[in-house]
Design a protein around this ligand. Structure first.
Ligand SMILES: Cc1ncc(C[n+]2csc(CCOP(=O)(O)OP(=O)(O)O)c2C)c(N)n1
Ligand code: SF4
Ligand SMILES: [Mg+2]
Length: 303
């Protein structure tokens, strides 16, 4: 393990560890991604968070981050980010803060906010060309309240509000953002840290609206042993169900193409939320339907 990755949290007195020590689940893939991202962004940041699992990182007046933390209503984190950005710009303009002490404004929300409740304020922030980084840790459901389905839940997944399997499909937030012509959009997963690091470094240098969409394997909501989180994150990439890609300057580039894609069931069968596809009888039609969706995505992209 790379010790330096965790130094931001470990260097703080234990009272700062309440969020990570007692409230988050072991093996949380969202937390893994946030650790990695924070390690690169550093302390000169203001996090604007909407309700979700990561809210538990911060127990007033403490946060495990070295910078600042602002909590907003679920639908309005990008609006909160606008307020923080405006305040920073004003302080710099009035010479009450030197420009070199400027902070990066970072929105941190789950998929419930990013794909649904907060989409309207996100759209407005992109329209205003707000200089901010939006990190969405996507655990494909309303995790903090018991994994109800969200607009990010994949087809067929069992959630607490779709016990027989989610009949809808995951919304394509990457394309929705890209269609607005922002500075940058990228998908990442904590289990592929080099790809993630390169994207965060790139995003950190760009001005304007930027989205980092992090697939976040969630042992509690997806129902698997916490020690499997990294493997499941890697399988999401190797099966092609989570394409690693980025958008900038009007172009989409795939950053890590699976050379030979594994069958998608290798990913599905590791998770209890898909167990009804395999037991008590195999649901061949649904497994094929999910595989066909992945194949259709990659058609024309693979050489
Ligand atoms: C307007 C509003 N509705 C409902 C809630 C209750 N609530 C708190 S956290 C949460 C789940 C958020 O889901 P997501 O954004 O995916 O984050 P996760 O919990 O998965 O980390 C909900 C519904 C709320 N805080 N505000
Ligand atoms: S419910 Fe999932 S996303 Fe939330 S803290 Fe637990 S593992 Fe992480
Ligand atoms: Mg969620």
């Amino acid at each position: 393990m790379n010790e330096s990755r965790f130094k931001g949290i470990r260097d703080l007195p234990s009272s700062h560890l309440l969020g990570t020590g007692t409230a988050m689940c072991a093996g949380c893939g969202g937390l893994e991604a946030v650790h990695e991202i924070y390690d690169i962004l550093g302390k000169n940041t203001v996090f604007v968070n909407a309700a979700g699992c990561m809210t538990l990182l911060s127990i007033y007046p403490f946060t495990p981050f070295r910078g600042s933390w602002l909590y907003t209503a679920m639908a309005s984190a990008p609006a909160g980010a606008q307020g923080v950005r405006d305040a920073l710009d004003l302080l710099i303009r009035k010479k009450r803060m030197p420009p070199e002490e400027d902070l990066k404004v970072v929105v941190l929300t789950g998929d419930g906010a990013a794909y649904g409740m907060g989409l309207s304020s996100t759209s407005a922030a992109i329209d205003r060309n707000l200089d901010f980084l939006y990190i969405c840790y996507d655990n494909e459901g309303y995790g903090n309240t018991g994994q109800q389905f969200s607009m990010a839940t994949p087809h067929g997944a069992r959630t607490s509000t779709s016990r027989g399997g989610y009949p809808g499909g995951k919304k394509d937030l990457f394309s929705i953002w890209a269609a607005n012509g922002p500075a940058y959009v990228a998908t990442v997963v904590g289990a592929e840290p080099l790809d993630l690091a390169r994207k965060i470094e790139k995003a950190g240098k760009l001005k304007g609206p930027k989205l980092i969409l992090a697939l976040s394997p969630c042992p509690t909501g997806w129902d698997y042993d916490p020690k499997e989180s990294v493997e499941i994150g890697k399988l999401a990439v190797k099966t092609g169900i989570w394409p690693l890609k980025e958008y900038s300057d009007g172009k989409v580039v795939h950053t890590k193409r699976p050379r030979k894609r594994l069958p998608v069931e290798e990913y599905l069968k590791r998770q209890g939320r898909f167990s009804h596809l395999f037991e008590p009888v195999r649901n061949e039609a649904l497994i094929r339907e999910i595989q066909a969706g992945v194949d259709a995505y990659w058609e024309g992209i693979e050489e």
